[in-house]
Design a protein around this ligand. Structure first.
Ligand code: PRX
Length: 630
């Protein structure tokens, strides 16, 4: 038996023993009385009765040994700023931010919504919330007002922290107007809005509500705020993610389980040691940013590099230049970033000294073989694919190089990680599939520490969505198809639901459909994901116009397409904008009126549509084909 398999087997045979051992990686103010309580499954509790704090473990705990060591490096190729904070300086800034939040009345359990670009203040804000036991909800800066409003109404934050603007590829993206519009749309109103003014865009301020960060930072001075000790299962944050309905799900994370899980993953999966530098090129608005830009590297005593910019500006060598300059040891990004680099001169891969770099981790979407080969050969470092979800917070499947460097198999992220009782199950019987047989990637409970505790404010939806979708089996569904080979390697074969993955960004087609439908000129709409060489998938909108005359000729269709794309961009943000919108007279549906998304997708990708005996009107697909050709 291999070492990974042995550790995996042990973690499942004796979860209490295994995780109690891992729990020593962090400080507990009060020791836990029980490792695991699954009596109310699937509402699993880890480290029951233990009291701890994420900020203490990520920052304060290191002061004795590494106060002068770099904790946070910030580089923006958008504004030209570069900043560096030692653990002691990070501690100061987090205390200041915590003091400001307290001055606004924020207390344990209150929500704070963070809508910020990739600036150090975002890290301060997250850690400050953790420090005082407030629950942060970071909303990705690429989301616009309608998405933001939905999250504000669901999380009901007491305070929102935002900025004048972000910047993307040299273009200033003002955040404040988007926030103001979101607050106009939302029924819930925060008491205060704390604004970081980067001097990028003018900001309108609402007196009595909008507060200036720099002024408050000066005002609170060298404040010290004690850590609030939370019971292990008390929530640390809520992070929204897309599902099958238009309403985003607030993934709720615990405190103690998350700290232990991340600290463990830093050794077994990410091979990070105190003093190393980790560069996770992602965004704090996504789970990869929460776990591997902020919490995990700091929990493990590393320096984390936070980057605002794209992989190709000022040139295609920027990521590698950063590796050289900051002696980066571990890098983590999405396959899309590498596919973008593939279009650049390969000489960029050889220009800088990459000797500090040990491993490149890739996750968030399928890693195609040519991309994996290209980068592995180009930089001469092992590439480590890993598979997981917002819901789990850390890898479900990976080659766990901190345990042993099992050989990678192209097209597979590896083998199930310790703690996950992963099963490929038949979607209609719930039985475990034989090796080589395709099924749903499921996890038999309990989920290991660090995974979602529930959907924020909706326990019933948590059970219904995640734990009731496979017949005859009480298991967690990932909503991904997969297949496992004789050696235990898992291959991921795409989503079982209507979630699409655009450049590593998880989007719900239903949300995009709702946005398109909000346009008065649209009668009906379907959105599907279509394969794309660069972004993995892109969204395609198929619309029925209320007034057929409007789309009768090419100029009319083009104008309407542009208008609809703008609608989505304004409401949801540029990330959700469909790559194309085409018009048909009727959507392909079953006789019972269900949209035939898979058939639409097949036609758009030029594949066979499969069995269509239930289709209401076969002409609908021909019409779609014509529309796509036009
Ligand atoms: O479909 C899987 C895909 O991304 C989904 C999760 O996306 P998100 O919640 O944004 O979390 C990303 C965390 C890395 C999964 O359900 N996915 C993620 N990683 C991989 C992947 N598909 C194939 N290979 C991967 N390595």
């Amino acid at each position: 038996m291999t070492a990974s398999r042995a550790l995996h087997a042990r973690s499942l045979a004796d979860p209490e023993g295994f995780w109690a051992e891992q729990a020593r990686r962090i400080d507990w103010e009060t020791p836990f009385e029980q490792v695991l309580d699954d009596s109310r499954a699937p509402f699993t509790r880890w480290f029951v009765g233990g009291r701890t704090n994420l900020c203490h473990n990520a920052v304060d705990r290191h002061l004795a040994e590494r106060a002068g060591q770099t904790a946070l490096i910030h580089v923006s190729t958008e504004t030209g700023e570069r900043r560096r904070y030692t653990y002691a300086e990070l501690h100061d800034e987090v205390n200041r931010m915590a003091a400001i939040l307290q001055a606004f009345g924020v207390a344990k359990g209150d929500r704070v919504l963070i809508y910020l670009p990739m600036i150090p203040e975002a890290a301060f804000a997250m850690l400050a919330c953790a420090r005082i036991g407030a629950i942060h909800s970071v909303v990705f800066g690429g989301f616009a007002s309608v998405s933001l409003a939905a999250r504000i109404d669901d999380a009901q934050p007491r305070v929102v922290i935002s900025a004048d603007a972000g910047s993307r590829a040299g273009k200033v993206v003002p955040y404040k107007p988007l926030l103001d519009e979101a607050l106009r749309l939302a029924s819930h109103q925060p008491e205060r809005v704390l604004l970081v003014d980067r001097g990028l865009a003018a900001m309108a301020r609402t007196p009595g509500r909008d507060e200036d960060y720099a002024a408050w930072r000066g005002h609170v001075g060298a404040a010290r705020v004690p850590c609030a000790w939370l019971e292990s299962s008390e929530p640390s944050y809520v992070l929204y993610t897309s599902g099958t309905t238009g309403k985003p799900k607030g993934v709720q994370r615990d405190t103690g389980g998350y700290a232990v899980a991340l600290a463990t993953s830093m050794e077994y999966i990410f091979c990070g040691k105190p003093g190393d530098t980790m560069f996770t090129c992602s965004d704090i608005g996504w789970v990869v940013g929460h776990s591997y830009i902020i919490y995990a590297p700091l929990l493990a005593g590393l320096a984390t590099l936070m980057y605002e910019g794209t992989p190709v500006r000022p040139d295609g060598g920027i990521l590698w230049q950063l590796v050289q300059e900051y002696k980066v040891n571990l890098m983590f990004t999405a396959p899309t970033a590498i596919r973008v680099l593939k279009k650049q001169d390969p000489a960029w891969l050889k220009r800088y000294d990459l000797s500090s770099l040990r491993l490149l981790f890739l996750a968030g979407e399928p890693l195609d073989e040519p991309t994996a080969d290209w980068i592995q050969q180009g930089i001469g470092k092992p590439v480590v694919d890993n598979y997981w979800q917002t819901e789990t917070g850390w890898p479900i499947i990976a080659i766990q190089r901190g345990i042993e460097p099992l050989p990678a198999k192209l097209g597979s992220p590896g083998v199930p990680a310790y703690g996950y009782d992963l099963k490929i199950v038949d979607e209609s019987t719930g039985e475990v599939c034989a090796p080589g047989q395709k099924g749903v990637v499921a996890i038999d409970g309990p989920l290991p520490p660090g995974c979602m505790s529930t959907i924020w404010g909706d326990d019933e939806r948590f059970v219904k969505t995640y734990w009731s979708s496979v017949p005859n089996r009480r298991c967690y569904s990932t909503f991904d198809w997969g297949v496992q080979d004789e050696d235990g390697y898992v291959f991921i074969l795409g989503r079982t639901d209507d979630v699409i993955n655009v450049a590593g960004h998880r989007l719900g087609t239903r949300e995009i459909e709702e946005s398109l439908s909000s346009h008065a000129g649209v009668a009906e709409v379907a959105v599907v994901g279509v394969q794309d060489a660069l972004k993995g998938q892109v969204a395609l909108g198929v619309c029925v116009a209320r007034d057929p005359a409007r789309v009768a000729d090419a100029p009319g269709r083009q104008a309407f397409e542009t208008e609809l794309m703008k609608t989505v961009e304004q409401q949801l943000g540029a990330v959700a904008k469909p790559a194309r919108v085409v018009f048909v007279n009727v959507l392909p549906k079953t006789r019972s009126g269900k949209l035939l998304r898979r058939a639409i997708q097949a036609v758009a990708e030029g594949r066979a549509t499969g069995d269509l005996t239930t289709i209401e009107d076969p002409v609908a697909l021909e019409m779609l084909q014509d529309a796509l050709k036009a």
